[in-house]
Write a protein that binds this ligand. Structure first.
Ligand code: UT7
Length: 337
């Protein structure tokens, strides 16, 4: 975790903007007091250490899942964009908790939304940086496509993989999905992105169904995390990759309308705000009622800002995510829903 971070690559996609957003949270609200019935914790500890007061879990009895949330968020984003499913040329879903290993969630969205069969559909696993990775990748894919419209979704069902006997992790995570429609358009500004990854399976690890250890014994499918190590990584990488994307785009922090940061811990965002010297009002989050929804957190927050009228249109938005992998990514993009 103390490795010198290497930085450098910058991506630039000419003439694209986000023209619609959507999100979906499942029906079951779980408060900190609810979790205090299961593990030795308290509302006071969770809210002061993380900013989380409640999170949402899928209610399987009602048929809710990562896939149904992804569909709902994607439908809303498409409706908000004014485009139809047939116009989509690329569909990427960022997730590390897909409803099935295969078919991919993106592929199942093809069926559920009625996307054309020649839509390029695939899932992206970059954990909590996944949505920003997917947005940049989608931008590259539509740059030369004959149908230059991309549906980019972040969808997670983390309640399925958390260990409800581990108080240091189970209180942090929630389920949800967010989506954005990215369009190549004449006159739109460039999307500028930076990213990075550093293989590390100790700081944050989720083995997934069917995983076995070196002797072939099944591994518990639960997520495990060295919280302090990830906190140190996050408070270094979030301000750094945000500053990098601003420098690459030649934009001052004061020219940015909104910073949409991955919601892992309010304290991490507070550190980034201090280091970057930006107005905290332009970095406000929603972790209090969502918890950490990994790849879904950035598009859920973006959609909330759009729906509550907190984003001017068009708005210059910087998004950044960081997490397991380890991965990090940031991008500057115009949002004009
Ligand atoms: O999505 C991207 C990846 N994830 C993150 O970015 C998360 C990064 N890490 C964090 O946000 C923070 O490290 C945590 C919220 C996970 C933990 O906060 P912390 O301030 O780093 O706490 P800590 O791990 O240093 O633990 C402090 C104390 C410990 O007790 P002792 O050893 O001081 O007696 C823990 O056992 O708090 C204890 N503790 C709890 N107490 C009550 C840990 N979890 C809980 C809990 N309730 N849920």
């Amino acid at each position: 975790m103390t490795d010198e971070m290497q930085t450098g690559q910058v991506g630039r996609v000419p003439g694209v903007r986000i023209v619609g957003t959507g999100s979906a949270l499942p029906s079951r609200t779980v408060t900190n007091d609810d979790l205090a019935q299961i593990v030795d914790t308290s509302d006071e500890w969770i809210s002061t250490r993380t900013g989380i007061r409640s999170r949402r879990y899928c209610d399987r009895a009602k048929g809710e899942s990562q896939l149904t949330l992804a569909c709902e968020a994607a439908r809303r984003a498409l409706a908000a964009s004014g485009h139809t499913a047939e116009e989509v040329g690329v569909c990427l879903v960022a997730t590390f908790t897909p409803s099935a290993a295969t078919p991919s969630t993106a592929c199942l969205l093809e069926r559920e939304l009625g996307l054309a069969e020649d839509t390029l559909c695939l899932d992206v696993n970059a954990a909590c940086a996944g949505f920003v990775y997917a947005l940049y990748t989608a931008g590259c894919l539509i740059e030369r496509a004959s149908r230059p419209l991309a549906l980019v979704v972040g969808a997670e069902e983390l309640s399925r993989v958390v260990d409800f006997s581990d108080r240091s992790t189970c209180v942090l995570f929630g389920d949800g999905a967010g989506a954005a429609v990215l369009e190549r358009a004449a006159g739109a500004p460039d999307l500028v992105a930076t990213w990075g990854s550093r293989g590390n399976d100790e700081a944050l690890f989720a083995p997934g169904a069917g995983a076995v250890d070196a002797q072939g014994a099944p591994l518990a499918s639960h997520l495990s995390m060295d919280g302090r190590a990830v906190f140190r990584f996050a408070t270094e990488v979030l301000p750094r990759c945000t500053a990098e994307v601003l420098a690459a785009a030649g934009v001052e922090a004061t020219d940015v309308d909104r910073f949409v940061f991955h919601q892992a811990n309010k304290r991490i965002v507070d550190v980034a705000v201090r280091k970057l010297g930006v107005d905290p009002e332009r970095c406000a989050g929603n972790i209090d009622h969502t918890g950490n929804t990994s790849a879904a957190s950035v598009p859920i927050l973006l959609d909330e800002l759009v729906r509550t009228g907190e984003l001017s249109s068009p708005a210059r938005v910087v998004m950044a995510g960081f997490g397991a992998g380890l991965t990090w990514a940031s991008c500057l993009v115009e949002v004009a829903p």
